[in-house]
Design a protein around this ligand. Structure first.
Ligand SMILES: [Zn+2]
Length: 323
């Protein structure tokens, strides 16, 4: 049962590498009027932005609102959250310095906020999701890429220029598979949906279109090569997650993104391994899957607009790094 849309509802725009999605987030934390389309990033920023804005208007129409109280936008980085500019996002090749924040503010006649998707999703889960009540929360999204974010003692961790918390680029296998970043062996190179599917195709060339979801289903039904690949994926994720848990000692770890739809197939062996490996006695039980793993991005996009956080740690002159 959703609350009726209130005038204070905000518009969430989630600009992912595989899909673009929009919805209204109500002050009670309900997502309504959700719209989703394939990103098709090769069509270039003008076309993709036009389409995500059209989806945004459809969400507003579905909620019976003419304009939102604010607009929250999330994307993979690197980006400039102060000026609302996407620099060269790893998941959107050939996008350069796209001012999506100001464009959205003009389109919807409302203030806009742009944030890294992992940062925002961590905040969304902390405010409205399974992270409610936590003090220190880590969030990992297992999606097109692997994003991350942290809320430390109630404050989302942003980093010097708003691009901190990229947990997906933690090395889990030195010299391993090439990542989308300049390095090899990152968590993202093994545990994103894209990487799981790519590894599955290498092992089963007769299945050229296999997806991560199909791989999980095969593993669940006991197909040996699929089971081994999933087992390796869990082991590498446990390695990366254990490093993070040893550093932060969070009281909650939330997993989102499409791969987290694997549910107990993911959570049970992962929690068991992390409990064995980590230095914290409670680490295994701290891991949870988001209520709506595929919608953490939208929840995050809405949350940064609905519950803006103070930014005392940001420099007045941002020095944006380029990967
Ligand atoms: Zn990487």
């Amino acid at each position: 049962m959703h609350s009726p849309p209130a005038a204070a509802s905000v518009l969430a725009l989630d600009l992912g590498g595989t899909k673009i999605a929009t919805a209204l987030l109500t002050p009670d934390g309900d997502l309504i009027g959700e719209q989703v389309l394939g990103t098709e990033p090769e069509r270039g920023p003008d076309e993709v932005i036009k389409r995500i804005f059209e989806l945004g208007h459809r969400s507003l129409d579905a909620a019976g609102l003419s304009r939102p109280a604010a607009v929250g936008i999330t994307s993979g980085g690197p980006l400039d959250p102060i000026r609302g500019i996407l620099h060269e996002p790893l998941h959107l090749p050939n996008w350069h310095a796209v001012p999506i924040g100001p464009l959205a503010a003009a389109e919807f006649d409302a203030p806009s906020t742009l944030a890294n998707d992992g940062y925002a999703a961590a905040w969304g889960e902390y405010c409205f999701g399974v992270g409610r009540g936590a003090r220190t929360l880590l969030y990992l999204t297992l999606s097109t890429g692997v994003g991350g974010g942290a809320v430390i003692e109630g404050v989302p961790y942003r980093g010097a220029t708003g691009n901190g918390g990229e947990f997906g680029h933690l090395t889990v296998r030195s010299g391993g598979r090439q990542c989308s970043c300049p390095r090899r062996g990152c968590l993202e190179a093994y545990c994103s949906g894209t990487s799981i599917a790519a590894r599955a195709r290498e092992l089963a060339p007769d299945r050229p279109t296999i997806t991560a979801r199909e791989l999980v289903a095969l593993a669940g039904s006991g197909v040996p090569w699929a089971f081994d690949l999933w087992d390796e994926t869990i082991a590498l994720l446990a390695d990366g997650l254990t490093s993070l848990i040893n550093i932060f000692e969070p009281d909650r770890v939330v997993l989102g993104g499409g791969v987290a739809n694997a549910g107990p197939m993911l959570l049970d062996p992962l929690s068991e391994l992390v409990a064995e490996l980590s230095l914290s006695a409670t680490a295994g039980s701290a891991i949870m899957i988001a209520d709506r793993p595929g919608r953490s991005g939208l929840l995050g996009a809405g949350s940064i607009a609905l519950r803006p956080v103070p930014r005392p740690d940001l420099p007045t002159q941002p020095q944006v790094s380029h990967v």
